[in-house]
Each structure stands twice: as C-alpha cells, then as structure tokens.
Design a protein around this ligand. Structure first.
Ligand SMILES: [Zn+2]
Length: 247
C-alpha cells in the first residue's frame, strides 16, 4: 500500500553506502521509520528531502515489515537553523521530543504543526529560544496526554491569587497553605502554563511574560517534562552545554 503524507524528518541514520533510515513525523501516521533507498546518490531526488529537519511531501510504501520512501519533495529545509549551532541544537531537541512522545500509527497533525511553527519562529527570530522551548515542551506533552492539571489547587480546588507551588512530579499546583510540595511559581507563570496547555495550536504562541517569569517557566516546563517522561535527552544536555558556554 502506498500513501502520501506531509512529514518532517526528525532524524537520519545512514545504512550502507547509499541508503538512509529516516525517522519521520507524519501528519497522518505519527512517527514512523522509513527506508530511503539510494537516497545518498547524487542523482536521487530524495537526497535533499531526506535530510534531518527537512519538511515536505512524502510518498511512502507500507510493506509487510517496513516503510519505504518512494519519493519525497522538500517544502522547507530550515536552512537558517543549520547556520547557528544553538538554534540547531534546540531544533534537534524538539525533534527528539517528538520521537519520544508521538506514537506510531496515530494521526498527529497538531504535534506536527507545533514543531513546524516552533522551528519557523526559531529560524526567523520572532520568538526567543527561551520562549519557544517551554511552549514546545508543554504543548507536545499536553497533546501526548501528559497535560498537567491546572484547573485549581490540587488539594482545595480553589484558584488562589498569589504564588502557588507546582509539583513537576504530580503535575498539579497547590496553594502555599495546602501543600509544601513543589516549586514556587508566580501567577504569571501559572497563567502562561494554562494558556499553553489549553489554547488551540495556532494561538499557543500569543502571550507575553517578563524575563524573570520566562526563566521560571523554562525551569518549570523542563522539570515537568523530565519527570513525566522519566528520560534524559542527549540533545537537551548538548543544548544546555552551549548555553553555559555563552554565560
Ligand atoms: Zn488549596
């Protein structure tokens, strides 16, 4: 069976002299692994379209044991991200998150849009890495069924006016009088988290935060992500090692 779908190349493994194994985030079938035979030969029209971070239209043959890419045409290659090691590192972390969080076989159009929009905003500089990182982490988690519970205090159910405690482990916030567990976050950070988790995909980037609150959101979202997935990410460690060098 052959299928045509829009997809982003998350990762590429070279297999043999001229072949590639390509990890794709597709709109219609989630994350799949597909072989791109002879993709590395110069005559192949697939050479450009099967590089990592390339977005395009893929025609894929679904065989008994494996997917094979029949043809691919690139729509967006994110050339700008390849020119800056920090932006590239963050982009690769987003791809690693997609690979981790999005299952095979289920449509994932919203997750694909989040990653693509984040990559575009990262490339054109309209939003900072510190803004895009927590937005992408929290929205991908929410789409994958790991949304934190932000409707009210986890103990009394109320929505207090001041700072609250957010537990990355439990995915809930509590009034300071109701619990001692978690990290203190400001009302601004809580509002931003609610916005990210509950907004439709196309509105998720429309909010603003002070630098201090953005920093707090970054720490909170990353901690939540690491707790919920129970994983470490080499791409995240690499991105953060570049941050530290620049400080
Ligand atoms: Zn409470």
């Amino acid at each position: 069976m052959s299928m045509t779908t829009d997809a982003l190349v998350l990762k590429v493994n070279d297999t043999g002299e001229s072949d590639r194994l390509v990890f794709l985030l597709t709109a219609d079938y989630g994350v799949i692994r597909a072989f791109a035979n002879r993709a590395k030969t110069s005559k192949s029209n697939m050479q450009a379209a099967t590089q990592s971070l390339c977005y395009g239209e893929f025609n894929i043959y679904s065989g008994k044991d494996a997917y094979t890419i029949n043809s691919a045409s690139a729509k967006e290659v994110f050339f700008g991200l390849r020119q800056d090691i920090r932006l590239l590192a963050l982009a690769q972390y987003f791809c690693a998150l997609a690979y981790e969080l999005i299952p095979e076989g289920e449509p994932a159009p919203d997750s694909l849009r989040i990653i693509l929009n984040s990559l575009k905003l990262l490339e054109n500089g309209r939003r900072s890495p510190d803004f895009l990182k927590p937005v992408t982490e929290l929205k991908l988690l929410a789409l994958a069924g790991f949304a934190p519970s932000l409707g009210g205090c986890g103990v009394c159910g109320k929505s207090p006016a001041g700072d609250v405690l957010f537990s990355a482990e439990d995915g809930v916030f509590c009034c300071r009088g109701c619990s001692r567990k978690g990290r203190l976050i400001t009302p601004g950070v809580l509002t931003a988290m609610k916005h990210i988790v509950y907004s439709p995909v196309d509105r998720v980037y429309s909010f603003a935060l002070s630098d201090a609150d953005l920093k707090m959101l970054c720490i909170t979202a990353e901690s939540y992500l690491l707790h919920q997935t129970g994983k470490s990410f080499k791409t995240l460690d690499f991105y953060k090692s570049l941050q530290n060098e620049g400080d």
